[in-house]
Write a protein that binds this ligand. Structure first.
Ligand code: DX5
Ligand code: ZN
Length: 219
């Protein structure tokens, strides 16, 4: 079953609790929570206090995507605030400190995600793949919603799916950036199991239909 993870970056943030209740009712599986620090990416979004507030209003699975430098500094705070899974970028620190960040997330009993920017090869996940709960492949340059899907990332998704199968891992494979009803089928065919969609869900009035369309189902 394909999971859909709407990104609240595209939601009406003044009514966040209502927006999340709405996508829950519409059949979304995760809430994708995009954290940007203005350093790792050229944009700033929201962070720990917003996640803590949102946690009090919903029982949905919170999938935090940390687009921040040296995430080891913040992973504990995101776990304490109520994230269910914390994705860190492999480019954001040294391999040793990425390992440390993942260990901290696990120590809190939360799930771990390894994230790759478009320019980062699939091989970059290999040191951690056996222990990861999720790999997140970016199909746009991180930093902004509403960008065009990079179809040239499909071979990377396929390669990582191959490794997950070969090793018999339960690791989820998430795709993020420009995913909509048109681009989702290629992601699913390449082996993705979780599809992030910001604009393609929150900018639609019928969100249940939008989520079904991304999953490849009719409402
Ligand atoms: C980009 C973010 C994405 C983004 C997706 O830096 O990580 O999650 O919000 O938005 P859409 O689906 O509009 O491309
Ligand atoms: Zn994201």
């Amino acid at each position: 079953m394909i999971k859909v993870a709407p990104s609240i970056l595209a939601a009406d943030l003044a009514h966040l609790a209502q927006e999340v209740a709405d996508i829950r009712a519409a059949g979304a599986d995760y809430v994708h929570f995009d954290v940007m620090d203005g350093a790792f990416v050229p944009n700033i979004s929201f962070g720990i206090p917003v996640l803590a507030s949102l946690r009090k209003t919903t029982d949905m699975f919170l999938d935090a995507h940390l687009m921040v430098d040296r995430p080891v500094r913040y992973v504990e705070a995101f776990c304490k605030a109520g994230a269910d899974l914390v994705n860190v970028h492999v480019e954001a620190d040294t391999p040793e400190r990425i390992t440390e960040a993942l260990e901290k997330i696990r120590a809190f009993g939360k799930k771990t995600g390894l994230t790759l920017k478009p320019g980062t090869p699939a091989e970059a996940v290999l040191p951690w793949l056996d222990q990861a709960d999720q790999v997140l492949v970016m199909t746009v340059e991180p930093g902004f919603g509403g960008q065009r899907f990079m179809a040239d990332m499909l071979p990377k998704i396929r390669t990582i799916r191959g490794w997950i199968e070969e090793r018999g891992l339960a690791c989820e494979l998430e795709v993020d950036g420009g995913v909509d009803a048109e681009t989702a089928p290629a992601c699913i065919e390449a082996g993705a199991t979780v599809l992030v969609a910001g604009s393609a869900v929150f900018k639609r009035t019928d969100r249940a239909a939008a989520i079904c369309a991304i999953r490849g189902e009719t409402k």
